[in-house]
Design a protein around this ligand. Structure first.
Ligand code: MGD
Ligand code: MGD
Ligand code: SF4
Ligand code: MO
Length: 750
């Protein structure tokens, strides 16, 4: 923080709203309790974002000042929320939650953790909370998002987070499927000003191709846009792979020694000639052949797939094929291709190989759906709540999640939450989900929390690290988010509502230190844990853990082992972040598969290919299918209470092609009723040639027209909940991810 004139100061803070990690320059005026944000703009000196900001970034001020944001805990008494003290809130939880697990077993308590945890430093403490629950009923937003990519990357490269990212700043050719970074600013690819970086590819003479059933803003800025029928990307990509083998040779010169399974992929691809897949994809065979040749011929190329390739019927196959093409064109792990990040806070792997990705450790009780990454598909949460029997879910903890808006057959889940014996939510609003809670524990807003992107830096396109201290003190008496999570953990551990949190935190830190010194090859291997604990003092909370991670990480000071290395103090001294350079190759040492090689044809994935092939013959009778979309001024379900973001033209509309509008009899500006197997909604119609015939689109995150929420602005801009239409029975079986794109619907005038 620096002084910027009398009575004002300037603070620097990474924006936590999306995955782009933009640096913000925040001007604060006044003093003490009267301090206020006067301006938020992009931090021009930020080493990663260089001043870029989107319209959401500056609204951290409005969020901070939003009168609807909770500042005191709420407990429901006789159906009404009443404000209580922090002690009372935790005493209520202690009185009601542990007895449920005691009486019915640990599986009777479920947890759902949502997207903002990926952007919260304090969420490091969630791991302890979830472990304390000892339940198999763990759910998160990952199974309505990126679980297919975790599974494909886990099986191919050995770890759920060894996900290659497109080397945007150096690539000559970018093929993007099902991603719209002009609105989303990117995902599973941390790159502030993603659009600017894509523009630069074109400026330096490269090519950008977008595959999407909608002519998205990203598609408009590309060299080429290819319409594709929702859910058919794996067929398209198999067509590309088919051509790569047919016209060969595939380029394995760089990585060949480190890949298993190439012949198996060639054998599988034989069934997917461009001519055979073209009718299903709606992409002509000539285009598929040409794109395959372009990818193979480009000096460097990267294929990148996101939401539209994950939240679909064959999500894992699509996610796998993206990287199969990266490997076969010689682009995996080379500059300009698809590379692995190496974040400053994660220990460096020095030997190839590892335990490999384990999956299916347990199954869900009702539908028998397998565990992935330690969790179960959220598409089956309602089943687990509604279905009686041993292990039935009777209590739920949500942390930063809004599953009533975000998950399939939202209407069913909404009703199911009403039947719980007890529910506690850690959240900043009374919204569609938390209105069902018996206790709501609020947390400080972003400007009163510190920040470091533990999750997203694992997917960054440059080696960058940035830490921000809180801009404001927390309101009097309000604990930090990690303290709320830790106190909840203490209650679950049976330590009661008044446990000694400092002791618990010391214990958590000591455990991490002990495991760090036990790692062979670590710069602190064999050191005395107490000595390291003393060096970390007087830090506590997430800062202590982060300091430990940074110091034992690939660029760390190793507690003296490398005097030039970094620590949290280095980041504190560099409020615009530190830049450690472009990504560097990590194969084979970064690979954690048991073979120490890239597994191009994992057996679990190969076994799913016949299902894909069978879909080729599926009768497509001209029915409409629904896809989603995002808007730059929206953020999943929870930034709609900020007036500047929701004002203006209605954005929650049904986009439909003119031909389809004519055939079903709906008109621009009119209302349509959209129905699926599980529900129906009435939504304003937007007729546009920017969407493929046969496809309609409604954005997710809306539907604030329910009773009992306390979001005065959002209620005025309610929109409809598109997940009332998503079918909870439709999942990608390999990952358990919900199918949120390509939902069969009917449309009629309302
Ligand atoms: N149909 C359809 N559905 C989708 C998607 C789609 O594309 N189409 N996208 C999916 C994706 S990618 C995602 S990630 C999910 C998101 O699904 P969720 O994570 O369930 O939903 P969010 O809208 O992110 O809700 C975030 C919640 O956290 C609260 N919150 C905000 N900031 C904080 C904080 O700092 N601390 C705490 N404790 N709480 C906070 C908000 O009030 C809100 O209740 O939705 C998924 N659902
Ligand atoms: N402004 C804003 N930014 C956000 C968010 C937000 O809600 N608003 N959410 C954040 C989150 S949690 C995430 S996960 C990311 C997501 O980031 P992105 O993956 O970029 O998400 P979308 O903008 O939904 O883009 C998905 C695209 O896939 C297309 N699509 C749908 N079905 C198919 C298909 O079958 N095949 C192909 N090829 N395309 C298809 C859609 O038309 C859409 O253009 O965005 C993050 N950033
Ligand atoms: S793109 Fe916008 S919302 Fe995302 S980090 Fe940057 S300023 Fe924040
Ligand atoms: Mo997401």
């Amino acid at each position: 923080m620096g002084e910027a004139g009398s009575g004002t100061r300037t603070a620097f803070r990474t924006c936590p709203l999306c995955e782009a990690t933009c640096g913000l320059e925040i001007t604060v005026a006044g003093n003490g309790d009267g301090e206020q944000v006067v301006r938020i703009r992009g931090d021009r000196d930020d080493v990663f974002s260089h001043g870029f900001i989107c319209p959401k970034g500056s609204t951290l001020k409005q969020l901070h000042e939003d009168p609807d944001v909770l500042r005191r805990p709420l407990v429901k008494r006789d159906g009404e929320f009443v404000e209580v003290s922090w002690d009372e809130a935790f005493e209520e939880i202690e009185r009601r939650l542990p007895p449920i697990a005691d009486a019915h077993g640990p599986d009777a308590v479920a947890a759902y953790v949502g997207n903002p945890n990926a952007h919260n430093l304090g969420a490091i403490y969630l791991r302890g909370l979830l472990k304390a629950l000892r339940t198999k009923n763990l759910f998160s937003a990952s199974t309505v998002d990126q679980m297919p990519k975790h599974v494909s990357a886990g099986l191919m490269f050995g770890h759920a987070l060894t996900i290659p990212v497109p080397d945007l700043d150096r690539t000559d050719y970018l093929l993007m499927l099902g991603a719209n970074p002009w609105e989303s600013n990117g995902s599973l690819c941390t790159a502030p000003d993603f659009p600017g970086r894509v523009e630069s590819i074109r400026e330096r003479g490269g090519k950008v191709v977008v595959v999407d059933p909608r002519r998205s803003k990203t598609a408009e800025h590309a060299d080429e846009h290819v319409f594709i029928r929702p859910g058919t990307d794996p067929l398209f990509l198999f067509g590309v792979v088919h051509v790569l083998f047919e016209e060969g040779p595939t380029d394995l010169s760089l990585i060949g020694d480190h890949v298993n399974g190439v012949e198996e992929v060639e054998r599988l691809a034989a069934a997917f000639s461009p001519e055979r897949v073209a009718p299903a994809c709606g992409v002509d065979a000539g285009t598929i052949r040409r794109l395959a040749r372009e990818l193979a011929a480009a000096p460097s190329a990267a294929v990148y797939g996101r939401i539209g390739t994950c939240t679909v019927e064959f999500g894992t196959l699509g996610s796998w094929l993206v990287d199969v093409v990266n490997v076969l064109t010689g682009n995996l792990d080379r500059p300009g291709g698809a590379m692995f990040a190496e974040p400053a806070h994660a220990p460096r792997k020095t030997e190839p190989g590892g335990r490999g990705y384990r999956m299916g450790k347990w199954e869900s009780r009702v539908r028998g759906l397998p565990e992935r990454n330690g969790e179960l598909p959220v598409a089956t949460l309602a089943d687990e709540i509604e279905t009686p029997g041993e292990g039935q879910v009777r209590a739920l903890i949500t942390v930063a999640g809004n599953p009533v808006i975000s998950t399939p057959n939202a209407g069913r889940l909404d009703a199911a939450l009403d039947s719980l014996d007890f529910m506690v939510s850690v959240d900043i609003y009374v919204n569609e989900t938390t209105r069902h809670a018996d206790v709501i524990l609020p947390v400080p807003t972003a400007l009163s929390k510190s920040h470091y992107d533990v999750a997203l830096y694992a997917l960054q396109i440059r080696k960058v690290a940035n830490y921000s201290p809180p801009v404001f003190e927390r309101p009097e008496g309000m604990p930090d988010e990690w303290e709320v999570i830790l106190r909840l953990t203490a209650v679950l551990l049976g330590l009661g509502a008044h446990a000694d949190l400092d002791a618990l935190d010391d214990f958590a830190a000591l455990q991490l230190v002990q495991s760090a010194v036990a790692v062979e090859g670590s710069p602190v291997a064999g050191r005395d844990p107490d000595e390291l604990m003393a060096e970390l003092a007087p830090r506590r909370g997430p800062e202590r853990l982060l300091d430990l991670m940074l110091r034992t990480g690939p660029y760390g000071d190793g507690f003296g082992a490398d005097p030039d290395g970094i620590s949290l103090a280095t980041l504190e001294a560099n409020p615009h972040g530190i830049d450690l350079g472009p990504l560097t190759p990590r194969v084979p040492t970064g690979l954690a598969t048991p073979s120490g090689k890239v597994e191009l044809a994992p057996q679990e994935i190969v076994a799913d290919v016949p299902r894909l092939e069978a879909s080729l013959d599926r009768h497509r009778n001209g029915d409409l299918v629904l896809v989603g979309r995002r808007h730059l001024r929206s953020n999943n379900s929870w930034m709609h209470n900020v007036h500047v973001l929701v004002k203006g033209k209605e954005r929650c509309t049904l986009q439909i092609h003119p031909d389809d509008a004519a055939s079903v009899g709906v008109a621009d500006g009119g209302l349509a009723e959209v129905a699926s197997r599980v529900g129906k909604v009435t939504v304003p119609v937007e007729v546009t040639a920017g969407i493929m015939p046969g496809v309609v689109s409604i954005p997710h995150g809306w539907g604030h027209d329910v009773d009992g929420i306390r979001m005065s602005v959002a209620s005025q801009h309610a929109g409809v909940n598109s997940n009332l239409l998503a079918d909870e029975e439709q999942i990608d079986p390999l990952s358990g991810n919900a199918v949120l794109n390509g939902i069969p619907v009917t449309v009629a005038p309302a």
